[in-house]
Design a protein around this ligand. Sequence first.
Ligand code: AMP
Length: 418
Amino acid sequence: MQNTRKNEKILVINCGSSSLKYEVYAMPQRKSLGKGLVERIGSENGHIIQKNSVGKLEKTASIPDHSTAMRFVTEALTDDTYGLIHNMNEISGVGHRVVHGGEEYSSSVIIDNAVIKAIKNNSELAPLHNPPNLDGIRATMEFLPEVKQIAVFDTAFHQTLQPAAYLYGIPRELYRKYKIRRYGFHGTSHRYVAAKAMTMLKRSPENTNVISCHLGNGASVTAIENGKSIDTSMGFTPLEGLMMGTRSGDIDPSIIFYLLDRGYSTAELNTMLNKKSGLLGLSEISNDLRDVEKAALNGNINAKETLDVYAYKIRKYIGAYAANLVKVDALIFTGGIGENSVTMRHKICEYLENIGIVMDYDKNREIGSNPGIVSKNYSRTAICVIPTNEELQIAVDTYQLIYGVNFVDRRKTVEVIL
Ligand code: AMP
């Protein structure tokens, strides 16, 4: 029998090198009780802000490390006025976002010593992300030693990719020696919105194919066949694929050798491709799509071209993935840009009619930033706008793993929990 429990409080943690985002959910109701953010960890003027339905709490203090950050979090969580809970022992599980699960993890897991070791080993593949994720896990364990901690990996959803999709055409030795292959990221978001689309379209994942576009500051497209990821645009690192806010996405690798020969250092090129490219680099205006759209409206040619490049690359991926699926039942837009930019959604879909993806431009304009279906009734593919919620998905996974509630393989799953 399933051990379903009512009104359990799940803490969700997303820890970066200098920041710690958190949110508390009441489960299985999926109700957010509030969230907070610690910034500038490692500095004298660290900052914590927490919001609930009553108001917000804010504090600036020296926060030298993640353990101190966690102490501030526990104080804020149990604050008399703006707290999210009364006592830390109300927390019955903690879900951590972990970026890289390598080839070891194809789903979320309860953290034990072996998992910690694997996250550490995978730090080589995600040196900027896995170490702070581990810092967050250790700090939480210090304050909640008896509570189960769960790791939810960005890469896990894409572990169903077949070799045809994950191998690069380079010497196989590099895969054997260094595990160089496509891993893919944003998995928790793609999984969440794909499940939401099932509810929206009243379909079951077993016979539904989806192309999901997560367009935020980071951006990726994923092809999902019968509930399983079969290809995704990010690769060995989150640099591959679409052009993003500041990341280049796909380029000819020879450009790097060409620039190395002209005196650029590897560190400079790394910064250039990760932080100075994309919308920012090409528009020379901003990494924020809103700024680029505004400039384009005012006649700025660079901005117009940047929007064209951005949409063109997304269409290329949609076309490529459509060619690898027998049918496409849904095209999903999510992420800050996918959820909000009416004009970018319009631009992307303009050329997709001949592959059966027909947008209703009026509906697209009318829904604006709301969720909904924006395709014509006769479109073979339903076009869905769905806000992502990775934190909720992490809370769901955590609740599921702790209480053994199997949300995954029941038909009505998605409707019940998402
Ligand atoms: P995210 O990383 O998902 O928070 O997405 C951030 C991106 O969403 C930024 O590039 C913003 O420009 C974009 N964005 C947010 N709101 C809007 C909007 N109303 N119109 C266009 N882009 C938006």
